[in-house]
Write a protein that binds this ligand. Structure first.
Ligand SMILES: [Zn+2]
Ligand SMILES: [Zn+2]
Length: 265
């Protein structure tokens, strides 16, 4: 099994060393892991109210450390990934920066709508002042832009806007179908992210219906725990694998220097 969404203490809201994450992956007999720590927002010219990514000067050290682990790890294959915030207007900058580095894969994630970090527990109260239909519509517009940008290999936690349990009244069927088609057309991979089970919403990103729809539309899939502590590596994976199979998936997508290949689930 693979876990493509691991953080490190560099982002300042996760704990544990890379070795501890690797040791946990060995214990859980994972075949492959990928670190995908938060790319420095400072390099995109953005300074959020709370620090949620590594500092710009940490990036080289992060890459070096993961690359060293890659060479030295024999039981578990290690990949160098990164999770980059998608913010409209930063596309050129991201493209330029990605040209400079040699990642195995790049996850594009939406954590911000405007300057609101809607995934951060500190700002969860702000949901109470939102129109949910409008919020979900704006969120999925950003998802569409992630796909259209062509900058990212994987979209992170695709329906994370549900994280705190706020739901729209509107039916999301047509938005989901449009999203699944955009993912396929742009070659953007979906991830089944198991972290949502431990969030107030209590379910994976995405839920079973969205997952099945993506499978039937031919969208590729990866798997990630979004671990922010070593003991979260591979969390809920037996359940995730059952869900993936039920949804119709038979293969997982893996990456090497941003080239895709498939392996049996
Ligand atoms: Zn994080
Ligand atoms: Zn994220």
């Amino acid at each position: 099994m693979i876990d493509y969404h691991l953080h490190t203490s560099r982002c300042c809201h996760a704990t544990g060393t890379l070795d501890q994450y690797l040791a946990e992956a060995e214990k859980k007999e994972l075949a492959e892991i990928g670190f995908a720590d938060h790319f420095p927002l400072g390099l995109l010219g953005i300074e959020p109210r709370n620090q949620v990514t590594m500092d710009p000067e940490e990036l080289e050290k992060y890459m070096k450390q993961v690359n060293t682990l890659k060479k030295n790890s024999h039981l578990v294959k290690v990949k160098l990934g990164v999770e980059i915030d998608y913010l409209p207007g930063t596309e050129k900058k991201v493209e330029q920066l990605l040209g400079k580095y040699d990642f195995d894969y790049v996850i594009g994630s939406i954590h911000f709508i405007g300057d609101w970090d809607f995934t951060h527990p500190v700002y969860a109260e702000d949901y109470k002042h939102q129109d949910m239909d409008d919020l979900y519509r704006r969120y999925y517009e950003l998802v569409a832009r992630v796909c259209e940008s062509g900058l990212f290999d994987i979209i992170g936690h695709i329906d994370v806007v549900k994280k705190f349990g706020y739901r729209p009244d509107d039916n999301l069927d047509s938005i989901r179908l449009e999203t699944a088609r955009l993912l396929r057309e742009s070659g953007t991979c979906l991830e089944l992210n198991t972290a949502g089970r431990d969030a107030p919403v209590g379910e994976f990103y995405p839920d079973r219906g969205f997952l099945a729809l993506c499978c039937s539309e031919g969208v590729d899939i990866t798997l990630g725990s979004d671990a922010h502590a070593p003991d979260q590596v591979g969390r809920y994976f037996p359940e995730a694998v059952r869900l993936l199979k039920k949804a119709g998936y038979r293969e997982l997508t893996v990456f090497e220097r941003r080239a895709k290949s498939k392996q049996p689930l």
